[in-house]
Design a protein around this ligand. Structure first.
Ligand code: XMP
Ligand code: MG
Length: 186
């Protein structure tokens, strides 16, 4: 497969390996299974970045749970339901009444998006709303929000892989890495 283009060669360095991700997801799944035993758990994935983490995490959770998906955006755009500073581009299908909602995210950066989304979900009468994120950039935080379940802290670098993209590419990398600078300036 000489002509096959490899994504790996665009990566400057790996921050979190595939094995580290697998081990962490298994541990998070065990902990969530214990914590939510006997509860009406609903996993809420914020598209698109969290789709890889969601697919792995849901299989690491050993208790019954539902899944749902949401698309949000921080800024304008037509045909969206405005809720303060967060726009719901695609809302949940599920009724949250009495549910124990666990938001599944790819990365908590400034925290601004989720700090606006959480009150919106809490208004829908769930039993609880908590946050599980595979990555966090604590040095970038602006809003008063921290994950209830966390995979890895990463430095203030733009990261790709395991769902995270640059220009919609690299989401399918099985690890988290930092792109070579020349990829940005192309
Ligand atoms: P907040 O509101 O926490 O937004 O600032 C978090 C969202 O920003 C995106 N984000 C990234 N996406 N590599 C990415 O591919 C990154 O390093 C990165 N940092 C933040 C991401 O969509 C996240 O949900
Ligand atoms: Mg995202």
């Amino acid at each position: 497969m000489n002509s096959m283009q490899s994504m790996d060669r665009d990566i400057d360095h790996i921050l979190v390996s595939e094995e580290q991700l697998q081990d962490k997801v298994a541990a998070l799944g065990e902990q969530i299974s214990r914590d939510y035993q006997g509860r009406d758990l609903l996993l809420v994935s914020i598209l698109k970045g969290s789709v890889v983490f969601m697919a792995d995490l849901m299989r690491a959770i050993k208790i019954p749970c539902g899944i749902d998906f949401m698309v949000v955006s921080s800024y304008g755009g037509a045909n969206t339901e405005s809720t303060g500073l967060v726009k719901i581009v695609k809302d949940l299908d599920a009724d949250l009444t009495g549910k124990d909602v666990l938001i599944v995210e790819d990365i908590l950066d400034t925290g601004i998006t989720l700090s606006h989304l959480l009150p919106v979900l809490r208004m829908r009468n769930p039993n609880s709303v908590r946050l599980c994120t595979i990555l966090s950039k604590p040095s970038r935080r602006k809003a008063d929000i921290e994950p209830d379940y966390l995979g890895f802290e990463v430095p203030d670098e733009f990261v790709v892989g395991y769902g995270l993209d640059f220009d919609e590419k690299y989401r399918n990398l099985p690890y988290v890495g930092v792109l070579k600078p020349e990829i940005y300036s192309k």
